[in-house]
Design a protein around this ligand. Structure first.
Ligand code: SPD
Length: 367
């Protein structure tokens, strides 16, 4: 994987920069809002070359941030990438427009089984197409963690995070967790033997209480900074997303800094999620957004993205073009045995969402 500095800085765009209120809408401009560290270095350039459409590309690292913009409306974006559970809630609120499938001939490349799974959140795949998918697990710095826990300690469990006796031994080398309540509270619930998809408020409170207990040993809550910190050896354990941890691994290898990172899908199970390309209902240029979705579904373009960001895709035609090292990495494309242990995102209604948000504030701030 090559280092990619992409046009985010060239264009002067930074994470969370809103386009609302600007006048970027014209027929030759496409405004994309995607997750950070989530596209190949040449995807946008190739798209512009193929179509003549200029792209403004902003990034975020939180579904909640994207959701606030989608529900407020007038974001100025033509193409966004919510995770399936968030997509469903936002679509119910009227935030997206149905796709015009006559403009998406490359849909033929998509894996019908995975698209059927995504249809549980988007009936008939009406509003969205899978961009990439992955799991939420743990990245570890092998040497630092073994130094503290012993060479024989099995690094295959959420006990690295949720057992206070274990995480307290790792605190000095830096533990980070995702700033993502809908992922962290269910992970804690699962560790406690509760259903991670439960929306029972007592179950959610128990999960949050466990997070509060381990909170003193957590250096920070963040959902993108951990890639570089793990790669540089500034942290030693991060709850993170599969491809991000593999990117940390790759960055360390390229830097030849001696940091050896592993991605763990814990034996107790983990969240499997799907990030979906969708077009906001008030997108200034939905036609260009369709062109981009179709372009991404090209086998070579999807393979390039997967090869660069180390996330699994749902594009059957691309698989012959995916590097063997990525294809055979079971942290990226899990075995069936592991897949059977994953749980799917639960769509929270507004009441559960309020409970979860309140609990999360308490986990992070202590009140
Ligand atoms: N750096 C790219 C991260 C993509 C993460 N997708 C979010 C999944 C949320 N469940």
């Amino acid at each position: 994987m090559k280092k990619w500095t992409f046009a985010v800085s060239v264009l002067g765009l930074t994470m969370g920069t809103a386009l609302a209120g600007t006048t970027l809408a014209n027929s030759e401009t496409l405004n994309i809002y995607n997750w950070s560290d989530y596209i190949a270095e040449d995807t946008i350039e190739k798209f512009t070359k193929a179509t003549g459409i200029e792209v403004n590309y902003d990034v975020y690292d939180s579904n909640e941030v994207l959701e606030a913009k989608m529900l407020a409306g007038s974001s100025g974006y033509d193409l966004v990438v919510p995770t399936s559970d968030f997509l469903m809630r936002q679509a119910a609120a009227g935030a997206y427009q149905p796709l015009d499938k006559s403009k998406l001939p490359n849909l033929k490349n998509m894996d019908p089984k995975l698209m059927a799974t995504a249809a549980a959140y988007d009936e008939g795949n009406k509003n969205a197409v899978i961009y990439m998918w992955g799991t939420t697990g743990i990245g570890v710095n092998n040497a630092k963690v073994k130094e503290r826990l012993g060479a024989d300690f099995a690094l295959d469990s959420w006990n690295l995070i949720f057992d206070e006796a274990v995480i307290s031994k790792l605190a000095d080398c830096g533990v980070s967790i995702l700033d993502a309540p809908t992922e962290m509270i269910p992970a804690a619930m699962n560790y406690l033997g509760l259903d991670p998809r439960s929306t029972n408020k007592d179950d959610l409170a128990k999960g949050a209480a466990l997070l509060e207990k381990i909170r003193p040993h957590v250096r920070y809550f963040h959902s993108s900074q951990y890639i570089n910190d793990l790669a540089n050896g500034d942290t030693c354990v991060s709850v993170g997303w599969s491809g991000d941890i593999v990117q940390a691994q790759t960055r360390a290898t390229e830097a030849e800094n001696g940091v050896d990172i592993a991605y763990i899908i814990p034996k107790e199970g983990a969240l499997q999620w799907f990030d979906m390309m969708a077009i906001p209902v008030d997108a200034p240029n939905p036609d260009a957004a369709h062109k981009f979705i179709n372009f991404v579904m090209d086998a070579q373009i999807t393979a390039d993205i997967t090869n660069y960001v180390a996330y699994a895709n749902a594009n059957t035609a691309s698989m012959a073009l995916v590097d063997d090292a990525i294809k055979n990495d079971t942290g990226i494309f899990p075995t069936q045995e592991t897949l059977d242990k994953l749980w799917a995102s639960k769509v929270y209604g507004s009441k559960t969402d309020r409970i979860s948000t309140r609990l999360w504030t308490k986990v992070k701030t202590g009140h």
